[in-house]
Design a protein around this ligand. Structure first.
Ligand code: GDP
Length: 422
């Protein structure tokens, strides 16, 4: 069984929490895109864990976790995250964590370039997390990336690093920064490379064999459909493909077919960083939702922009992900509202539409709201029948509008705080 668990919205939908829940049934969990720019927060019986690079399956003792070739990996961050989890009592080793030999290494100068460019852009910035993800993906596609496998060939590694740093040094002084020392970059790669080397594997072979043995494999996405480099709110997207259809490629098994895609969709909207966000709330309304939902970035601590559930955006996200079913998260957060706003359509130049636009049409879109009745505390509900009628109505309405079955309803961050809808 091959299952993709992906984000329907702008990210931060609670994917980590749902993967943690599902992981018990899977032998292998793969991350297939992105780097340490996102943060999954998982709360379980052993405590609270923030995962940036590692798949959420790492919290299950029998699950093998993969960082696929589609990822970009800051190896210093890898070192820190592994050590931090070990300190928290989680076993992490080459037996339960494997890194693709084809994954790209994110170096310190990528972070530097990311931060300098955002600062140059000032109020026109993209809202990058400053972790070097955009610059390192650009290097991958211009074929100047350093791969994990290069760590095993020090002379080649040095040559490659010197080559790419020479090229970067043509632009870095233009930002008013001193040139980067290639020797320093090489030393850094060797230092953290030593740590990561035992984890580096030909992941394609490993996963091919696992498929032949009928193992259950899960693909875990970072971010959501609306941050996809092609189909998201470009250019305010991530630099990778966040969609389910890329999962087999980015994991290392492009020949695989996904059996099921579960879309994780939040019961209201949040968005970190810049870019058009049609349903954005402001003032007290926003402060309340941010406070009740504790909407601060797990990777950056940045306050998230918040808004009502957005039907045009979510319907589009469900479609782009090819979701077979949806897990609706954080619906308990809405319990403080008497009337719950839902954006049912956009108005663009006087025309009402339910289609999610791009380009200038998205910038011009204004929300059209309907209001649903509130439902109070639902955190103790474990069966759909136990939900108040108003909560059932909210779920059913959303289900109909996004045109996809809601099979899970998450009513709290804890592992058992959810409803399985039959
Ligand atoms: P991810 O990046 O998609 O994994 O999402 P984040 O981890 O950034 O954000 C999800 C946050 O919401 C985490 O702090 C979770 O513990 C929390 N969370 C997840 N599901 C629920 C839920 O149903 N209710 C509440 N109240 N919190 C939740």
């Amino acid at each position: 069984m091959l299952t993709a668990v992906v984000g329907i919205n702008w990210g931060d939908e609670g994917k980590g929490r749902m993967v943690d829940l599902f992981a018990a049934d899977y032998d292998i969990v793969c991350r297939y895109q992105g780097g340490n720019n996102a943060g999954h927060t998982v709360v379980n019986d052993n405590g609270k864990f923030v995962l940036n690079l590692l798949p959420s399956g790492i919290l299950h003792s029998n699950t093998v976790n993969i960082l696929g070739n589609g990822m970009v990996v800051d190896i210093e961050h890898f070192y820190n995250e592994v050590n931090h989890l070990t300190d928290q009592g989680i076993h992490v080793g080459p037996d339960n964590l494997k890194v693709s030999d084809k994954a790209i290494i994110c170096l310190p100068f990528h972070k530097l370039l990311d931060v300098m460019e955002e600062s140059r852009l000032a109020d026109k910035k993209y809202g990058s997390t400053g972790r070097g993800i955009g610059p390192v993906y650009a290097d991958k596609y211009i074929k100047k990336g350093i791969r994990m496998e290069d760590l095993f060939s020090p002379a080649l590694l040095k040559e490659k690093i010197c080559g790419v740093v020479d090229w970067k040094n043509l632009t870095i002084p233009g930002y008013g920064h001193e040139k980067v020392d290639p020797e320093e970059m090489y030393e850094w790669a060797m230092k953290y490379g030593e740590f990561i080397k035992p984890y580096i594997t030909d992941v394609t072979l490993y996963l091919r064999d696992a498929m032949e043995q009928n193992k259950n494999i899960m693909f875990e996405a970072q971010l959501g459909a609306l941050r996809d480099i092609d189909f998201g709110i470009y250019p305010y997207t991530s630099s990778s493909c966040t969609l389910a259809s890329y999962a087999p490629i980015g994991s290392g098994i492009p020949f695989a077919h996904i059996d099921k895609t579960i879309g994780i969709m939040k019961a209201y909207s949040t968005c970190v960083g810049e870019g058009p966000f049609v349903v954005e709330m402001s003032g007290k309304e926003a402060d309340d939702l941010r406070t009740f939902g504790f909407e601060y970035g797990a990777a950056t601590g940045r306050p998230r922009r918040v808004g009502a559930f957005d039907i045009p955006a979510s319907r589009y996200g469900v479609k782009m992900q090819g979701a077979d079913e949806v897990a609706l998260t954080k619906i308990d957060v809405l319990s403080y509202m008497d009337k719950i706003p839902v954006c049912v359509a956009y108005e663009i130049d006087g025309e009402i539409t339910k289609e999610f636009p791009s380009g200038e049409r998205l910038l011009k879109a204004r929300p059209v709201y309907e209001y649903m009745d509130g439902f109070g505390d639902i955190t103790k509900c474990r069966h759909f029948d136990e939900l108040p009628e108003t909560a059932k109505k909210y779920v059913r309405f959303i289900e109909k509008e996004v045109n996809c079955k809601i099979s899970y309803i998450s009513v709290g961050p804890g592992r058992d705080e959810y409803i399985k809808v039959d």
